[in-house]
Design a protein around this ligand. Structure first.
Ligand code: IMP
Ligand code: MG
Length: 183
């Protein structure tokens, strides 16, 4: 199965590769200004944030640390349960440091509100969020990302780190899966 056939499984592209790269470059420049002379650590949430972390960080022209966490909300499928457990914790101490969480998508916000609270309790000086995508349901929760790539409709999307049953993460754009593949 080659990439051309994988791309044929996408019904509609929501954010193109060019739009993603342009927006991340813009955000990178905001980060350079906003965190000037501060002790910045980017915390990527595995696995979805891998693409954004790789592309964003290469546009940030300053020293920074990168670390990773893997968290999982219980249950599979397309719904968040709100119960979060840590599968892989940070390697580094974040006491008195400026933490910027890098996440693929903000949907119900359950994952990010839990993560923000958890990292704040470790004594970080600040904990902010960059999310590549935000869905409308995010308006219902108290998660306020400092940087948002794109606001998208409330549809299940894949690509650029986002998966459906662990597949499609490697697409360079964000798209909606063809319906016959999940219904
Ligand atoms: P939340 O806790 O509901 O905000 O959801 C966070 C997690 O749910 C994300 O990190 C994704 O792993 C997953 N998720 C939410 N919406 C989508 C989607 O449209 N496609 C793929 N994964 C999604
Ligand atoms: Mg996921």
């Amino acid at each position: 199965m080659d990439l051309a056939s994988v791309q044929n499984e996408i019904e509609r592209v929501i954010v193109t590769e060019e739009q993603l790269q342009k927006r991340l470059k813009e955000i990178a420049h905001h980060i350079e200004v906003d965190y000037k002379d501060q002790d910045l650590i980017l915390v990527g949430v595995l696995k979805g944030a891998v693409m954004a972390m790789a592309d964003l960080s290469r546009h940030i022209n300053r020293h920074l640390d990168m670390d990773w966490m893997a968290v999982s909300s219980y249950g599979a499928g397309t719904q968040s349960s709100g119960v979060v457990r840590i599968l892989k914790d940070l390697d580094k101490d974040i006491l008195n440091r400026e933490v910027l969480i890098i996440e693929d998508i903000l949907d119900t916000g359950l994952t990010l509100s839990w993560l923000t609270e958890n990292l704040t309790s470790r004594g970080a000086k600040s904990v902010n969020i960059l999310t590549v995508l935000r869905k409308p349901d995010a308006a219902k929760v108290s998660v306020n990302p400092k940087y948002v790539g794109f606001d998208i409709p409330s549809e299940f999307v894949v690509g650029y780190g986002l998966d459906f049953n662990e597949k499609y993460r490697n697409l360079p754009f964000i798209g909606v899966l063809a319906k016959h593949l999940y219904s």
